[in-house]
Design a protein around this ligand. Structure first.
Ligand SMILES: [Zn+2]
Ligand SMILES: [Zn+2]
Length: 108
């Protein structure tokens, strides 16, 4: 059976080491800054579970935040340990894919 799920072929730092690069296919990659990812944390402490409203505010996230580690969660998500001690967010590949701001995705 074929499930249409977004699974990257590669996840790693960009060449300058400042951002995270997610390679979805040979032709498609997303680049995210650590801060943008931290701000998009989908955990119950950062987003209200019931209303979907964001609890986390921009001011709460340090400009120089960075991930201490990145781990795979099953085959559908990754989890970051952030330098501010936060690590409860599980970022599904669907979420990350929907955050992609490359030319192709942002023109849709
Ligand atoms: Zn969170
Ligand atoms: Zn894209």
């Amino acid at each position: 059976m074929w499930f249409e799920i977004n699974v990257p072929i590669e996840i790693g730092p960009t060449e300058d080491g400042l951002s995270l690069r997610i390679q979805w296919t040979k032709e498609h990659e997303s680049v995210f800054s650590p801060r943008e990812l931290r701000l998009a944390c989908p955990c119950a402490g950062c987003v209200d579970e019931f209303t979907g409203e964001k609890i986390l505010s921009e001011e709460q996230v340090h400009q120089n935040i960075y991930p201490l580690s990145i781990e795979y969660v099953g085959n559908y998500a990754i989890q970051f340990s952030w330098s501010d001690g936060h690590n409860t967010g599980i970022y599904s590949f669907d979420l990350l894919r929907s955050m992609c701001s490359c030319d192709i995705c942002s023109s849709n």
